[in-house]
Each structure stands twice: as structure tokens, then as C-alpha cells.
Design a protein around this ligand. Structure first.
Ligand code: F6P
Length: 360
């Protein structure tokens, strides 16, 4: 193995830099291998200065840094890219150009750090002759093939801290406080931080809720003398009689953007006579320094990805299973998305400590 590339795709997640650092250090220290960084996900292959050498100096001091030194792109669909041609906007398939650029670079391996969209294209590239190894990244923790993706623990800590902070102000004012949390169609961030932060109501996409049940829970608490209520609401939560809330429609390039359910829950509570405030935590959950756990996991993933490549095992994703780092076929890892098990121990635990999911 003489030359490998590394790129980061999709939304950023705390720990990306730790993976990049581990890839560079392991490739250089253990294999004496050249490492090329690719800018802005797959876009870098099409940019004049989009591919550049990465050495020890480039990764110095980046372990605790959030974001990604390589840049990333959420418009990661190479099959539908908006370009200007003759003054007109057109959507074109640039996948052939990307694959040609990769082959021209004569990479012995390409380490792709991303979520399901980025990894899906990595698998397509493998089928067209590119030696890829995937690393699972997402704060949402919705990649089926791994127990946990890096970024999740940091997001969870930030969300829990926010719930803790909302508790003190909610109690002082005797209000209901709704906090809308990220996660797309998976409720892991909300469920775990809701339990860790002692929320009273948790609304997640996997368990459709009833408006009246949510309001009743708040009113019952009041009757019992608890004059404030904390409601942790996933951005993808939906009522049993309706759909998820979006603040931007999708198109060929972008997936629809979730948002607004927290506000709707807040408005319903106010209509039910409950003073309520709404906080949308948003991208704060993805920013800043990664937790120690995410640095540890990301470093193990990055190092393992290089070892998998060195063994000539491609179209694989590194994964955490039963506490051990191993690897598995990329498509098996992402074929089905991971969702909260509605009958699982985590939901049971939440119900056991009196948390309502707004469903019964
Ligand atoms: O997948 C990670 C995530 O942060 C989701 O939780 C959220 O819905 C989405 O990305 C936001 O994407 P963007 O950064 O494009 O607004």
C-alpha cells in the first residue's frame, strides 16, 4: 500500500478530525504510506486544488477540534449535481468524472468517512473499481452496522446539558419547556438525553404521539404538585394523526429538512392553558470539541480502516461490535437504517421511570 486517500462526507460530526489524524498517523507510521486529503467530500476530486498531501504536521493539534479539516458537503449526491451551463442551471450526473479522477490518482485505497448517503456512493464506487473502506459517522447513531457511530456521544452530552439547564429555568417559572433535538428519523439522541436529563415526556419518530396525551401528562404532573415539565422532542417526531414537520422540501440534491415539531407541540400546550417555551437546539449538537469517548472511538476507527485497507479488504466498513472494533461488508452495514427498538430495554427503562412517550 503506497498511497491512500481520505475524505469526509455528509454533515460534520465531532470526532471527524480524530479519524483523519488516526488515518494519517497509522498509514505513515505503520505502512510508510502517502496520504492524500480530499476537500469537501467527493467534490474535491473535481476541484483544481481539491486533493492535497496530508502529513504529520497537518494533523497536529486536531484531536480535540470539532468539524473537519477536510471540509464536507451535504449535497453529496454525485448522481445529481447542480451546475451552470450556458448561463442555465442544470442537474447532472458527475459520478463518472469522480471515478475517473480517483483512478487517475492511482489510490491503493480510499477511506470514506460518512453517513449512509456517503457510504452508499462508496459502495457504488467499489463496484466500479475503486478500493474503498468506510468509517461510520453520524450524530444520529442511525447506522445499522455499528453499535455506535462517533459523534453520537458528544451530541448526547450537549443535549443532556441543555435539558439540565432548561430544568432550572422551567422550575423557577413553573413552565413547560420543549426542547427540539436532532436525529432525523431516529430517536436515539432524544431518548438517551431525555433519560439522562430526566425529561418527563420524550417524543421520538419511532413512537407516534397523541396531542391530548402529551397535554394530559403535563396537567397530571401539575395536579400532583410538579408545576414544570420538560419535553424532549425529536425533530422527526410525528403525531399519530399526521406527518413529520419539515421546514424545507427536498429536491434532487437535498433531502427534506426536518424542523418545526417542537414549536407545534409548544403551541398545542399553550392552547391547552399551559405556559410553554420552546428551544430548538439545532447545530449546537454537532459543534465543538468531541467527548473523550468520541475521540477514542474515532481514533480506533481511523486506525482500523487503514489496517483493513492494508489487508486488501475493500467494500467494508469498520464497526464497533460488542465493544470490539471489527469490519463488515459496507452494504450489510447500511442496507437497513437503525431505529430505536420500541419494545427494547431503553424504551422500557424510560417508561419504567415514569417518562411518557405521548402514546398511551
Ligand atoms: O444527520 C445529522 C444531522 O445533524 C441531523 O440530525 C439533522 O437533521 C441534519 O443533519 C441537519 O442537516 P443540515 O446540517 O444539512 O442542516
Amino acid at each position: 500500500m503506497k498511497r491512500i486517500g481520505v475524505l469526509t462526507g455528509g454533515g460534520d460530526a465531532p470526532g471527524l478530525n480524530a479519524v483523519i489524524r488516526a488515518v494519517v498517523k497509522t498509514a505513515k507510521n505503520d505502512y510508510g504510506c502517502e496520504v492524500l486529503g480530499i476537500r469537501d467530500s467527493y467534490d474535491g476530486f473535481l476541484m483544481p486544488d481539491g486533493v492535497f498531501p496530508l502529513g504529520h504536521r497537518d494533523v497536529r493539534g486536531i484531536l480535540p477540534r470539532g468539524g473537519t479539516i477536510l471540509g464536507t458537503a451535504n449535497r453529496g449526491n454525485p448522481y445529481a449535481r447542480k451546475v451552470m451551463r450556458d448561463g442555465k442551471e442544470e442537474v447532472v450526473d458527475v459520478s463518472n468524472d469522480i471515478i475517473k479522477a480517483i483512478k487517475d490518482l492511482k489510490l491503493d485505497a480510499l477511506v470514506v468517512i460518512g453517513g449512509d448517503g456517503t457510504l452508499r456512493f462508496a459502495h457504488d464506487m467499489f463496484l466500479r473499481g475503486v478500493p474503498v473502506v468506510g468509517v461510520p459517522k453520524t450524530i444520529d447513531n442511525d447506522i445499522h452496522g455499528t453499535e455506535v457511530s462517533f459523534g453520537f456521544d458528544t451530541a448526547l452530552n450537549i443535549a443532556t446539558d441543555a435539558i439540565d439547564r432548561l430544568h432550572t429555568t422551567a422550575e423557577s417559572h413553573q413552565r413547560a419547556m420543549v426542547v427540539e433535538l436532532m436525529g432525523r428519523d431516529a430517536g436515539f439522541i432524544t431518548l438517551h438525553s431525555g433519560v439522562a436529563g430526566g425529561a418527563d415526556v420524550i417524543l421520538i419518530p419511532e413512537i407516534p404521539f397523541k396531542w391530548e396525551t402529551v397535554a394530559r401528562k403535563v396537567l397530571e404532573r401539575r395536579e400532583r404538585g410538579s408545576l414544570f415539565t420538560i419535553l424532549a422532542v425529536s425533530e422527526g417526531a410525528k403525531p399519530a394523526d399526521g406527518d413529520a414537520s419539515y421546514n424545507r422540501a427536498g429536491d434532487e440534491m437535498y433531502v427534506p429538512r426536518l424542523g418545526g415539531i417542537g414549536q407545534k407541540v409548544g403551541e398545542f400546550l399553550e392552547r391547552s392553558g399551559i405556559e410553554t417555551r420552546v428551544t430548538v437546539l439545532g447545530h449546537v449538537q454537532r459543534g465543538g470539541t468531541p467527548s473523550a469517548f468520541d475521540r477514542w472511538l474515532a481514533t480506533r476507527y481511523g486506525s482500523a480502516a487503514v489496517r483493513v485497507a492494508a489487508q486488501g479488504h475493500f467494500d467494508r466498513m469498520v464497526t464497533l461490535m460488542n465493544g470490539r472494533i471489527t469490519d463488515m461488508p459496507l452494504m450489510d452495514a447500511i442496507a437497513i437504517p437503525k431505529r430505536v427498538d420500541v419494545n427494547g430495554e431503553a424504551v422500557l427503562t424510560a417508561r419504567g421511570v415514569g417518562i411518557s412517550f405521548g402514546d398511551e
